[in-house]
Design a protein around this ligand. Structure first.
Ligand SMILES: [Zn+2]
Length: 202
C-alpha cells in the first residue's frame, strides 16, 4: 500500500448563512460522522444547492472575469480563495489542482482565459503544509506496482514551497501560448494565519 496522507483534525467550519438560512452542506459534526450519515455527501451538496438557488438572482454578467485575473492555486480544502482574496462572483478565473502546479493543463486553461476571455494578470498560490511536500516521485512507482500501469503525469512533488512557486511563475512567464506574462505574481498562503507571503521571482 502506498502513501496514506496523515491529516490533522480539521477545525469545524461555521455554516455560511444567507438571510438566516444556512447554505452550507457541512454537517455540524466531524468528517467521520459526515461519511457515516445517511445519504451521500453529494445528496447534501444538491440539497444545499436548492437552498442556494432559492436565494439566487441572475447577476446578468458575462463570462469574462471583471478583474481580468486568473488565480492558480492548490486544491487544498483550507484555502478559500474568494474569502482570502476578497473576490466576488464574476471577478476571476480560479484554476486549481493538487499543489497549484503549473501543468500543461493549467497552461491550457490560462491560454483560454487570456485569449478567449480577456484576463491579463496571473496569481499563483501555494500554501504551507501542502500534501505534495510529503510525496516523492516514488508515488508513481508505487502506483505502477499496485495497478500495473505507470501514470503519464508527474506527481510534481516538492520540498521547498518557495522554490516551487518560483518554478511555477517561470513556467507561466515562458509559455509561448500566453498573451500576457508581465503581471505574474506568486504567493504562499499560511493555513494557520490566513496571510499571503509574496515570493520573489528571483
Ligand atoms: Zn496543497
Amino acid at each position: 500500500m502506498f502513501f496514506v496522507p496523515s491529516h490533522s483534525e480539521p477545525e469545524r467550519r461555521p455554516a455560511f448563512t444567507v438571510m438566516g438560512m444556512t447554505t452550507s452542506a457541512s454537517l455540524p459534526t466531524g468528517p467521520e460522522d459526515a461519511i457515516a450519515a445517511p445519504g451521500s455527501v453529494t445528496d447534501r451538496l444538491v440539497e444545499a444547492n436548492e437552498r442556494y438557488a432559492a436565494a439566487f438572482t441572475d447577476p446578468g454578467m458575462d463570462a469574462r472575469p471583471v478583474l481580468r485575473v486568473a488565480v492558480v492555486a492548490c486544491m487544498d480544502a483550507r484555502l478559500d480563495l474568494h474569502d482570502a482574496l476578497g473576490l466576488e462572483l464574476g471577478d476571476c478565473h480560479t484554476i486549481r489542482n493538487a499543489g497549484g502546479v503549473v501543468t500543461d493543463d493549467v497552461i491550457r486553461s490560462l491560454t483560454i482565459s487570456q485569449r478567449a476571455l480577456g484576463t491579463r494578470s496571473v496569481v499563483l498560490i501555494h500554501h504551507t503544509g501542502c500534501g505534495l511536500e510529503s510525496l516523492t516521485e516514488e508515488f508513481r512507482h508505487d502506483l505502477e506496482m499496485e495497478v500495473g500501469q505507470r501514470p503519464a503525469w508527474a506527481v510534481e512533488a516538492f520540498r521547498d514551497v518557495d522554490q516551487d512557486v518560483r518554478q511555477s511563475m517561470q513556467r507561466v512567464r515562458t509559455s509561448p501560448f500566453l498573451l500576457h506574462s508581465d503581471d505574474v505574481r506568486g504567493f504562499v498562503f499560511d493555513v494557520k494565519t490566513g496571510l499571503l507571503r509574496e515570493i520573489d521571482p528571483t
